[in-house]
Design a protein around this ligand. Structure first.
Ligand code: HEC
Length: 160
C-alpha cells in the first residue's frame, strides 16, 4: 500500500514536471515545439539571433525570390557554421536546431528550422496570422530552394 502510494506520487510528480516544462518552455526553446506560433515566438527573441554578415541595417531587395524586401537572421546554432564570409561553406549542412528567419518588410516572416536533419518550412505574419503553415506540404518551398548554387537549401547566399 505504502509502496503503491509512493509510486503514484512519483508518477504525479513526473507528469506535472512534463506539463510544467512544456508550458513554460514552449516558444522559447524551438527544439520543444514546432507550431507556427512557437516558431514565431522564437523568431521574436531578438537576443538569440545575429543578422546576415552581422549587419542588421541592410534591407535586401528580394526581387529574385518569392517575397518582398527583407532582412535575414540566423539563430546562434545556425551561426556557428557561417564561416565562409558569412555563408555556410559549400557542401556543409546546418546542424539540428538551426533557425533561419527571413523578415519581410511587409510583416511576413519566412522560417526554415532544422529538425532531425530536415528543414521545417513556414511563413507567419508578425501578428500571428499564418500564411503557410509548418504542417503544410513544404514541396513548393523546397523545389524553388533547390536551385543551383544553394547551400543546404539556403539561397540568399546566391544573391547577396
Ligand atoms: C519561387 C522561388 C521560391 C519559393 C517558392 C520560395 N522561396 Fe524562399 N527564397 C527564395 C529566394 C530566391 C530567397 C533568397 C532571398 C531573396 O532573394 O528573396 C529565399 C529566401 C528564403 C529564406 C531565407 C533563407 C534562404 O534560403 O536564403 C527563407 C527562410 C525562405 N525563403 C523560406 C521559404 C518558405 C517557407 C517557402 C515556402 C512556403 C519559400 N521560401 C518558397 C525563393 C523562393
Amino acid at each position: 500500500m505504502k509502496h503503491q502510494l509512493s509510486i503514484s506520487l512519483f508518477v504525479v510528480t513526473l507528469i506535472s514536471c512534463v506539463f510544467y516544462s512544456c508550458t513554460k518552455d514552449v516558444a522559447k526553446n524551438p527544439l520543444l515545439a514546432y507550431s507556427d506560433k512557437a516558431l514565431l515566438d522564437s523568431a521574436k527573441n531578438t537576443a538569440a539571433f545575429i543578422y546576415y554578415k552581422n549587419d542588421a541595417s541592410t534591407l535586401y531587395p528580394g526581387t529574385t525570390g518569392a517575397h518582398s524586401s527583407f532582412k535575414l537572421k540566423f539563430n546562434k546554432i545556425a551561426a556557428t557554421v557561417l564561416t565562409d564570409n558569412g555563408k555556410i561553406p559549400v557542401g556543409q549542412k546546418f546542424p539540428n536546431g538551426s533557425f533561419i528567419v527571413k523578415e519581410m518588410q511587409s510583416g511576413l516572416n519566412a522560417f526554415m528550422y532544422k529538425k532531425e536533419g530536415t528543414w521545417l518550412w513556414a511563413e507567419v505574419y508578425n501578428n500571428g496570422d499564418v500564411f503557410y503553415s509548418v504542417n503544410k506540404d513544404p514541396q513548393p518551398c523546397i523545389s524553388c530552394h533547390s536551385q543551383s548554387g544553394q547551400r543546404d537549401l539556403v539561397v540568399t547566399f546566391n544573391y547577396y
